[in-house]
Design a binder for this molecule. Structure first.
Ligand code: GLN
Length: 497
């Protein structure tokens, strides 16, 4: 049995895969190490809703046997990865953190889960989220909130908060989240990580429980752009089961990692949204932009005149689509209740009991926006402004290759801080919503830390299908910053498992 380095969980996806391939790491030892860390640390983080001990070990053993037999290994062979609990898994429950789906086990795997298996990854379990991915805090989980490893009183962000928490705490090497309007990028920013929201259509949505179908994309969260790019390379690609899947051959999104970014034109977002950010966020963003310039990038001022309407547009379009998508949870087909007696009664009661407050709020908002008499005034208008936002980007990308902005206006807030003020929570999404509405790829990468020790993030948005460029720029930016992604509470000296 090969020996384990002292802090094997600090290795990135790339190094873990290389260690397993060259025999210096055993997949089984690596997975057992992570399972032990989950046991120790997840009791207070609550990032996981389900841990698949037997399944993870069986997959790791298969990888070790394949290597021993001299078979070629797939790109993520033996790498422990966590999956947000709104992606269907045949061998694990899929709850969307909702009472509505408690105990539901799908009869099939999501496309991205199949891809991870084909790439040899070891899926550790399913991670916590805001119910049906609606929220920015993970507080809206029916099974209780997840804690931020940087400060346990704070939120890891959301809705993919469990995935981000698990990666930051080194309970997994990387994780899949879903991003409808920021849900991989904002948690990455709050937890000092890197996440990629791919171009709409780049990753198949087959088996991702639908929230807002014209926005939903699965994206990786990892501790570096290179690692996130590597996971994205495994899950991206055409799938005929998703009608919006882009038909393109596979791509290695890390191909340009390590290359200089001299000459890249970076559009710097100016305007009101930036001025409303926390002063430390503003300072960190400015310093980040300066560093991009020092790395040889050419700075260009850009404006997205309709960006300010992004929140209003998103919070009409996403609830409208959600109200339609969630109609299927009727107590007959999935989860909770089986029909008995009056079906209408069953339907109403199941939805009253099964959905939490935020999900109900979205269903009501969406139903209202779609109802006859209001459709033109709200839904149609929102779709028109969405087109204006898309046009703004098109004009901006005539002048630059990537657009830099903060990922969030502030660092991680306290758990429950905005529980009674949903509008305040929606406003936090100001920077992450416009790329989603325009279907564009965006990367969130660490850009600094507050005086009180909370990570801050920068978002880089690119034109359609420019993920490789975004990964290249984020990789150069990260290597220059040398951000230490290890939360202090999990310090190396005091390490338990
Ligand atoms: N925060 C946004 C919302 O509440 C985005 C959620 C997401 O991307 N899943 O809808």
């Amino acid at each position: 049995m090969p020996s384990m380095p002292a802090e094997v969980h600090d290795l990135g996806v790339t190094e873990m895969a290389a260690g397993i391939a060259d025999g210096s790491l055993s997949a089984r030892a690596l997975v057992d190490h992570h399972l032990a860390r989950i046991e120790t640390h997840d009791a207070h983080l609550h990032g996981f809703l389900h841990v698949d001990v037997a399944g993870a070990r069986a997959q790791a053993d298969r990888i070790d046997r394949a290597r021993a037999a001299g078979k070629p290994l797939a790109p993520l062979a033996g790498v422990p990865i966590a999956v947000k609990d709104n992606m269907c898994t045949r061998t694990m429950p899929t709850t969307c953190a909702s009472r509505m789906l408690a105990g539901y086990q799908p009869p099939y795997d999501a496309h991205v889960v199949e891809c991870l298996a084909a790439a040899g990854a070891v899926i550790l379990g399913k991670t916590n989220l805001d119910e049906f991915a609606m929220g920015s805090s993970t507080d809206n989980s029916a099974f209780g909130p997840t804690h931020n490893p940087w400060d346990l009183t704070r939120s890891p962000g959301g809705s993919s908060g469990g995935s981000a928490s698990s990666v930051a705490a080194r309970l997994s090497a990387a994780a899949l989240g879903s991003d409808t309007g920021g849900s991989v990028r904002q948690p990455a920013a709050f937890c000092g990580l890197t996440a990629i929201k791919p171009t709409y259509g780049r990753v198949s949505r087959y088996g991702l429980v639908a929230f807002a179908s014209s926005l939903d994309q699965v994206g990786p969260i990892a501790r570096s752009a290179r690692d996130a790019g590597r996971v994205l390379s495994a899950i991206a690609g055409y799938d005929r089961r998703d009608a919006t899947s882009i038909d393109r051959p596979g791509e290695d999104f890390t191909a340009s990692c390590g290359e200089a970014i001299r000459g890249v034109r970076v559009g710097v977002l100016a305007g009101a949204a930036l001025e409303q950010c926390d002063p430390e966020m503003q300072a960190s963003f400015k310093a980040g932009v300066q560093r991009l310039q020092d790395l040889g990038c050419q700075l260009v001022d850009v404006k997205l005149p309709h960006m300010g309407h992004g929140i209003a547009v998103y919070y009409l379009v996403a609830p409208a689509e959600a109200s339609s998508n969630l109609a299927r949870f009727d107590g007959m087909r999935y989860g909770m209740r089986k029909p008995s007696g009056d079906l209408r009664q069953t339907y109403a009661q199941t939805r009253a009991d099964g959905f939490g407050t935020e999900v109900k709020r979205r269903i009501m908002l969406g139903t209202y926006a779609l109802s006859s008499g209001y459709y033109d005034a709200f839904y149609l208008k929102a779709q028109r402004v969405r087109t204006l936002i898309r046009n703004d980007y098109e004009a901006a990308f005539a002048k630059c290759d990537v657009i830099a902005s903060p990922t969030t206006p502030r660092p991680a807030f306290e758990i429950g801080a905005m529980h009674d003020d949903p509008l305040a929570m929606y406003l936090e999404d100001i920077f992450v919503l416009p790329p989603s509405l325009a279907g564009l790829p965006a990367v969130a990468t660490p850009c600094g830390i507050t005086r009180s020790g909370l990570p801050l993030g920068m978002q880089l948005t690119g034109s359609a299908l420019s993920e490789a460029k975004l990964v290249q720029v984020a990789d150069a930016f990260e290597r220059d910053l040398a951000f230490d992604s290890l939360p202090p509470g999990l310090g190396r000296a005091s390490e338990g498992a």
